[in-house]
Design a binder for this molecule. Structure first.
Ligand code: HEM
Length: 185
């Protein structure tokens, strides 16, 4: 994955737990990169190893790390570094989710070697929809839950993401039921 993903993990750890913990995590992961370059592609194993090591060093399940990372990605990384792109995604949570299938097409213009996830929406109602998530990468279901929760916070719209089926559980792909209440005034 592109370096900006690993950089965002670094930022999440350093902001919340300090520089020392980050150095311990890199060491445990066997990652010898001093500075991640945003627009350089790194093997996916670097990202997975960092998440695994963060789970050990911080004593938190990988699930919690992935959810926290998803929220951080939307609320900090995307909101600060890619504000215009995020705003173009939609004026409400529902609009953003309905437009999500096209989102990474724009990201790909900046990062041509991107191997993006694919999203589809179905069962679109007033306050809920089914979000379908397709990827060749394993183990990122909880990351998507964190991303959706982060989007709910971004739009001040209390949101829940319930897993309906997972590829890990034998389904063709992951499906989430995303539900929300009206945006806070
Ligand atoms: C401007 C904001 C965003 C940027 C710049 C961005 C960029 C990226 C990048 C660079 C990767 C790594 C893939 C690679 O390097 O090949 C990635 C992966 C991913 N992105 Fe985004 N993204 C953004 C917003 C979002 C949003 C809003 C969602 C969903 C709500 C999302 C869902 C994902 C997921 C699930 C992956 C994991 C890869 C996979 O499933 O195979 N991204 N994105």
């Amino acid at each position: 994955m592109y370096g900006l993903v690993n950089k965002a993990i670094e930022e999440l750890v350093v902001t919340n737990f300090g520089e020392d913990k980050w150095e311990q995590i890199k060491q445990k992961a066997g990652v010898e990169v001093d500075v991640f370059v945003s627009n350089e592609a790194y093997p996916d194993s670097v990202t997975y190893d960092l998440v695994g090591a963060a789970s050990e060093v911080l004593g938190a399940p990988a699930r919690d790390i992935l959810i926290a990372f998803g929220e951080h990605w939307v609320l900090k990384t995307a909101a600060t570094s890619y504000g215009a792109m995020m705003r173009a995604g939609g004026a409400s949570l529902k609009e953003f989710l309905v437009n999500l299938p096209n989102f990474h097409t724009r990201v790909q213009m900046i990062y041509p070697k991107l191997q993006p996830p694919r999203f589809e929406c179905s069962d679109i109602g007033e306050n809920s929809l089914h979000l379908h998530y397709f990827t060749h990468r394993p183990g990122l279901t909880d990351f998507v839950i964190g991303l959706v929760q982060g989007l709910g916070k971004l739009y001040s719209t209390p949101t829940t993401a319930k897993v309906l089926s997972t590829k890990a559980g034998g389904a063709d792909h992951d499906v989430f039921e995303v539900s929300w209440t009206s945006a806070a005034a």
